[in-house]
Design a protein around this ligand. Structure first.
Ligand code: FAD
Length: 492
């Protein structure tokens, strides 16, 4: 099935919107014709919504899943082009991510992961292109430069950030951590600038921007420290956790397991292609209205609508002022992720940074496609933003600029997350002060409406793991509300 989402370009076909994905659900609706009151309505079929839906149906509740798109997965989905999965959004997972790993184990998918990097053959080098010129280095030298820059950046306490965030899953445990949420990444770079070599600085800034896809000024230094703590306070840990292990058959092969398990209970109804326009909590039940006027009612509602688009839905009673403010501020991640198939097989072992002049900043060889081409995945963001489908020549130029002369492009595949009306951005990355002022408000329930999103998870916030953490929390909250109290038994 082909989703409306995503774009691909080849020299033969030009630009086309929509790519095939196993995450597309057809028929798009499964609902009884007689009006029904559900136990729970779940809005959004990303990992937060899929987890909540799965847990609630398995627990015996009748659930309606309402999704704006034609597919599951939300910000994590893969397209299958020529039987090869291009990851349009969330991709990499790791066994150090507790919620995601529990699900991978549960669905017996431990052997379905593979490594993105393969330095066994080909050019086997790192190409650093900066305003100072181009350097070709070994991957060991790449690691040394990045580790050196990052360690200077995070070492605010003489212990690589451990004293500031000793518990990555309770990041404000040390009150002083809040002080670092006042700072931007730019503030911190300015503090250490004299200690950085030009190559360390360019590599460090590129890595920070790879994580936030904002600008250095809009990136919270605290949130970067939080990622660092989650990754075990090391550059190696960051590489392992953030960009190394992915599903051989793509993210949608994982997401569909949640959906199918919920469906198998017989308690799941669903409606896709149904953007929600309003949510009305009447006190004893919640009624949702879609843009085309359909109405559904449930005892509870789980909203997994992402932070950057929550203000496109009207709530009655209105959202709390603090949540509304957080939504209007939003997160800063405007990631541009572009896949390129290039003819050179040798580029499989290539990695590169082109910064700050290029529209794409960081790229790696990520696989070999069935036609024998190398799959390169490239990342850019707000610091030098591009809308790939608006100017394919400029997008091709940005890919070519990553490694001039070695990017003979056969295909481009991408999803424009900035213009996606149901996301308006990629993974959550906080600007300064948003988390220290608003995290609790983003997480709070609102009468019969429970909010769940990776955007306000506690642990791996911004990650698939955080989405599953939140879906689990929402399902537990609702189950505690709706489950009848256990009958009291007397042992006397
Ligand atoms: P979403 O997936 O956004 O789900 C919310 C759902 O709500 C969507 O399906 C949306 O369509 C729906 N919705 C929105 N508005 C409405 C409405 N009005 N009516 C009905 N439905 C609506 N994470 C990792 O762990 N590893 C990675 O490598 C990684 N890389 C990433 C790369 C990119 C380019 C992107 C975009 C994300 C990446 N992430 C990664 C982050 C990860 O994908 C997200 O954190 C996670 O998928 C979010 O899940 P969620 O369910 O909280 O939100």
């Amino acid at each position: 099935m082909t989703s409306r989402d995503g774009f691909q370009w080849t020299p033969e076909t030009g630009l086309a919107q929509g790519v095939p994905s196993i995450g597309v659900i057809s028929p798009s609706t499964k609902i009884s014709s007689s009006p029904e009151k559900y136990d729970v309505i779940v809005v959004g079929g990303g990992y937060s919504g899929l987890t909540a839906t799965r847990d609630l149906t398995v627990a015996g509740l009748r659930v309606l899943l309402v999704e704006a798109r034609d597919r599951i997965g939300g910000r994590s989905w893969s397209s299958n082009i020529g039987d090869y999965p291009f990851e349009m959004g969330g991709t990499w997972v790791h066994w150090g991510q507790p919620h995601v790993w529990r699900e991978i184990s549960r669905y017996n998918m431990r052997t379905e992961l593979e490594e993105s990097f393969d330095f066994s053959r080909g050019v086997n080098h790192f190409q650093l292109r900066t305003t100072h010129g181009t350097s070709i280095m070994s991957h060991e030298e790449e690691d040394t430069i990045l580790a050196a820059g990052l360690e200077k950046f995070v070492n605010v306490d003489g212990d690589m950030g451990r004293k500031v965030i000793p518990y990555a899953h309770d990041a404000f445990f040390v009150p002083e951590a809040r002080r670092y949420d006042e700072m931007s990444a730019q503030d911190r770079v300015n503090t250490i600038a004299l200690s950085l070599t030009p190559n360390e600085r360019a590599s460090l800034e590129s890595f920070i921007l790879l994580c936030s896809c904002g600008t250095l000024e809009t990136t919270s230094f605290f949130e970067f420290l939080h990622w660092w703590a989650l990754c075990g306070y090391s550059y190696r840990g960051c590489m392992d956790s953030l960009i190394s292990y992915k599903f051989k058959k793509g993210q949608s092969s994982f997401a569909i397991k949640f959906f199918k398990e919920a469906l198998a209970t017989g308690r799941l109804s669903y409606v896709f292609n149904a953007p929600v326009s309003s949510i009305n909590d009447q006190g004893d039940e919640v009624t949702l209205t879609t843009r085309d006027g359909r109405q559904y009612t449930g005892a509870r509602l789980v909203s997994t609508i992402p932070l950057n688009v929550l203000n496109s839905v009207s709530f009655d009673p209105p959202l709390s002022p603090q949540r509304a403010t957080a939504t209007n501020i939003g997160h800063v991640n405007q990631c541009v992720k572009v896949h390129a198939e290039v003819s050179s097989k040798d580029m499989r072992s290539w990695t590169g940074i082109s910064y700050p002049f290029n529209k794409l900043i960081y790229a790696i060889g990520d696989g070999t496609t069935p036609s024998g081409n190398t799959h390169i995945v490239c990342f850019g963001g707000s610091s030098n933003h591009i809308h790939p489908e608006e100017d394919i020549n400029e997008t091709k130029k940005a890919v070519e600029n990553m490694a001039p002369g070695n990017m003979d492009i056969k295909r481009l595949v991408f999803h424009n997350w900035s213009k996606d009306e149901f996301a308006k951005g990629a993974w959550f990355f906080s600007p300064p002060r948003l988390l220290s002022t608003s995290l609790d408000a983003m997480r709070a329930r609102h009468g019969n409406v429970v909010f769940a999103s990776s955007d306000w998870a506690i642990g791996w916030r911004s990650f698939i793991d955080g989405a599953i953490e939140e879906g689990t929390r929402a399902a537990m909250t609702v189950m505690e509300d709706l489950r009848p109290a256990p009958a009291l038994r007397s042992y006397l």
